[in-house]
Design a protein around this ligand. Structure first.
Ligand code: NDP
Ligand code: GDR
Length: 361
């Protein structure tokens, strides 16, 4: 058995190198957990988001440990669950980019659908059904084509991408193992949540990064796809608290976590540019639409059809009243605070990069 802290709470987090993995690891360590993370082998460093949590294991018993593993490798997952014997598993690992899932549908199904089964089977094969609680990172992408607004736990699913369909399997196999084997297995149906460490190709971070780089003179224009898509954007820091609450409930269940507010991509762009005192005026329509800076007359935003998806999710807005009533969860950060924090962080980085570039000249 690997390192355990005195309170006996041992978490295994898949997807530890991602946005949520980093916030969750930090939160659980703060609560006194021993945290084990699974990371993939990569030819370059992929631990930037969690490097600040790392402690040299040579220095004695440390609460944060990393292991190599992959959601497509059953034997490796079984071995890790057997060695670590976690009291809680948070399954956050996934090919999580919706647009990329259209390019890599089979791989997405392997990691995001069958990967969930592999972990649940590991718990079952090892006879740990009563020992280990399981959290599955389900998603508002399950709702897909609008059936009802706001979307809640009872809203029918209609996924619109290979990612959404893979996650649908992950959702139901989690429910099935709960019902069939009495496992404490729960789904968090999380609506979009962002942060300064969000992956750079998701639209929120793509926008705040581009706004900052344009401001620092490193880029000229932001190219986007569908400006009219609407999302319920919250802050990842708030959502990992909800993940933990879901596993502390008296009984396993499925919960929506959302802010209850929705904004379009266009509004996100306006809010981000407003942080650097630029007012965007929209001109033209469709793929010809541009966002022009009122002050300078410069075109700062253009539409690139390459970023449109074959099938789109037009409108997401979640109703988290079940989580609020049963778990006491509610998000703290507002949309405005989220955008402000993300732009401030990206602006600091862009200014530093610009300063280094001018010094090098
Ligand atoms: P990220 O894309 O930031 O992180 C995904 C993590 O999964 C990374 O650590 C990645 O590793 C890892 N991973 C990917 N494929 C594999 C694999 N085959 N084996 C092992 N690890 C793998 O996602 P987020 O942190 O934003 O999201 C966490 C989870 O929550 C995901 O499952 C996502 O689908 C889900 N979700 C996210 C929402 C959001 O708005 N952020 C909303 C609802 C659900 P690497 O760093 O090497 O790429
Ligand atoms: P999403 O997030 O698909 O909701 O999935 P993303 O930020 O990628 O897209 C949100 C919306 O913005 C539109 N869009 C663009 N998106 C990207 N990435 N790049 C662009 O240039 C662009 N232009 C417009 C998209 O079409 C879409 O409508 C995220 C992921 O974290 C999933 O893993 C998670 O399950 C869901 O959120 C909830």
């Amino acid at each position: 058995m690997l390192n355990r802290v005195s309170n006996g709470r041992v978490a295994l987090v898949t997807g530890i190198t991602g946005q949520d993995g980093a916030y969750l690891a930090e939160y659980l360590l703060g609560l006194g957990y021993t945290v084990h993370g699974i990371k993939r082998r990569s030819s370059s460093f992929n631990t930037a988001r969690i490097d600040h949590l790392y402690q040299d294991p040579h220095s004695g018993q440390v609460p944060f440990l990393m292991h190599y593993g992959d959601m497509t490798d059953s034997a490796g997952l079984i071995r890790l669950v057997q060695q670590i014997r976690p009291t809680e598993i948070y399954n956050l690992a996934a090919q999580s980019h919706v647009a990329v899932s259209f390019e890599t549908p089979e791989y997405t199904a392997n990691s995001d659908a069958i990967g969930v089964l592999r972990l649940l089977e590991a718990i079952r094969i090892l006879g740990m059904e009563r020992e280990t609680r399981f959290y599955q990172a389900s998603t508002s992408e399950l709702y897909g084509l609008v059936q009802e607004v706001p979307q809640r736990e009872s809203t029918p699913f209609y996924p619109r991408s290979p990612y959404g369909v893979a996650k649908l399997y992950g959702y139901w196999i989690t429910v099935n193992y709960r019902e069939a084997y009495g496992m404490f297995a729960s789904n968090g149906i999380l609506f979009n949540h962002e942060s300064p460490i969000r992956g750079e190709t998701f639209v929120s971070r793509k926008i705040t990064r581009a706004v900052s780089r344009i401001e620092a003179g490193l880029e000229q224009c932001l190219y986007l796809g569908n400006l009219d898509a609407k999302r319920d954007w919250g802050h990842a820091r708030d959502y990992v608290v909800g993940m933990h609450m879901i596993l502390q409930a008296d009984t396993p269940d499925d919960f929506v976590l959302a802010t209850g507010e929705t904004h379009s991509v266009r509004t996100f762009v306006e809010a981000a540019f407003a942080e650097v005192d630029r007012k965007i005026e929209w001109r033209g329509d469709g793929v010809e639409e541009t966002g022009v800076d009122r002050r300078s007359g410069r075109t700062l935003v253009r539409v690139d059809p390459a970023y449109f998806r074959p099938t789109e999710v037009d409108l997401l807005i979640g109703d988290a009243s079940k989580a609020r009533a049963q778990l006491g969860w509610k998000p703290k950060a507002s949309f405005a605070q989220l955008v402000k924090e993300m732009v401030a962080s990206d602006l600091a980085m862009a200014k530093m990069e610009a300063a280094v570039a001018s010094y090098a000249l």
